[in-house]
Design a protein. Sequence first.
Length: 269
Amino acid sequence: MHGNIHHSHEDSVTIPLQGKRILVTRAQAQAHDLEARLQALGAVPLAFPTIHITPPRDGYAALDAALRELTTFNWVVFTSVNGVDHVWQRLAVLGMDVRIFTGLQLAAIGPATAAELAARDLKGVVVPKRFVAEALLEVIPNPAGKRFLLPRAALARDTLRTGLQYAGAQVVEVPAYDTVLPEPSSETLADIEAGVDVLTFTASSTVRNFVAQLGQARARALASRAQVAVIGPITAETARNLGLRVDVVASEYTIGGLVAALVDAYGPR
């Protein structure tokens, strides 16, 4: 008898999000990590792709030109996993050896981006403690006079570029990929109509795109009936500005941090 009681308690600890319907608003290619973690905790993840990753509109012309001149740079700053992926694809197309990076200093915003570089055997990558552009400016020593390459999304916050320029650096920002708005499928819309307990947002762009895809009235109505969980303060601010109430903000701005915050908020007491 005692064993059964103990077992049921253990179940509630290991599956704290049992039955929660959680909307995952990410680029399709990146949703897997979050969906797998939620499933393992008993949740029902509902995929709602808000971003579709495509080649940049210039067909990689600016990125290729910068990569051919890579040795003229002192630093390369990667702000996303997508940026790393697309740079490596272009290196292969251009027939360039990855060892060209050994003479350069590298920085990455966020642990997933840093892990992507580590997986490619690049050592000594500078990673700020907080995963936002402002924090990176605090940990780069003496940027004045140095040349920085920023391979980024076609539409990205310019905080990093302007911050580096203000510190006296030369900055070349090139589009490594573009993000476009996918059309929600009828299955996705049916999933939403069936009910959602929690909406998750992992970047400001996912909030903006979600509202653009559903329309502001429908997005606000959905958010008012569900809880809203976001990955950090910048995403939270974007959500509030678009009229969505924010219930949970992860204190660590990672997928793991977001999942931990969800368990903390909605798990068993």
